[in-house]
Design a protein around this ligand. Sequence first.
Ligand SMILES: NC(=O)c1ccc[n+]([C@@H]2O[C@H](COP(=O)([O-])OP(=O)(O)OC[C@H]3O[C@@H](n4cnc5c(N)ncnc54)[C@H](O)[C@@H]3O)[C@@H](O)[C@H]2O)c1
Length: 248
Amino acid sequence: MGQLSGKVAIITGAAQGMGEAHARRFVAEGARVALTDVNTERGQALADELGHAARFWTHDVSNLADWVRVVAEVAEAFGTPTVLVNNAGIIGPVETTVEISEESYLQVIAINQHSQFYGMKTVIPYMQRAGGGSIVNISSSAGMIAVVGSPNLAYVASKFASRGMTKHAAVQYGPDGIRVNSVHPGYIMTPMMAAAMGENGAGAGAGVPLRRPADPDEVTSMVLFLASDGASYVTGTELVVDGGLLAG
Ligand SMILES: NC(=O)c1ccc[n+]([C@@H]2O[C@H](COP(=O)([O-])OP(=O)(O)OC[C@H]3O[C@@H](n4cnc5c(N)ncnc54)[C@H](O)[C@@H]3O)[C@@H](O)[C@H]2O)c1
């Protein structure tokens, strides 16, 4: 028996990076996993590799109608979803508040923040019918403080919002047995990090007490815990996975 046996999970942004790592481990732990992403080619290839317990949906998380379609199709294909990992996100341009355009600001907010609202809004009724569930909202260390080197104001705003929406939903839906928690990664070696830091993100660990960035799988361990029944009394909390970055 895996830690997620019998569960149906939706993971957004699952074509690469942390979402990919979560999808791989969730399948290994016995879940049926809906991988969703705008990158159809990579997401489909990964789902094919993971076998019958995985399926891919092309899905723009910033579009509510897309959420309604995808979640209904997942329920039809796999059964009622009881785990949602709101992982998809972008960093947007590395620009100051004066420099960033309104268009870029709104795009980051739509993909990082509106997506988590749409995901919870769409999936929670299914979880209520199932008698409970677990939602994991991926925020960031930038959702705890405005870390030096945060790419822009919109990214920080969206990640603080993720943390706030998590707490609101946890309070509102606790009585339905739905747990909602946020995860706050620090520097994690993914394609996003490589793009943000240059040189494949090699220098990312310098200011971290553990003196290294993390492998995506080290975040997966925390997401897996929150998704599993092992976290049955854990809701409305913040799980920081940052090698000690915020301690200093
Ligand atoms: N890498 C880090 O160090 C780090 C640190 C803190 C938080 N995070 C957060 O973790 C999450 C995953 O980051 P990552 O580093 O794996 O990023 P990544 O860029 O490697 O992967 C993100 C995935 O999201 C997908 N995506 C982008 N826009 C989308 C949309 N509109 N709809 C659906 N999918 C979309 C991309 O196609 C990609 O597959 C993000 O929310 C990110 O903000 C990352």
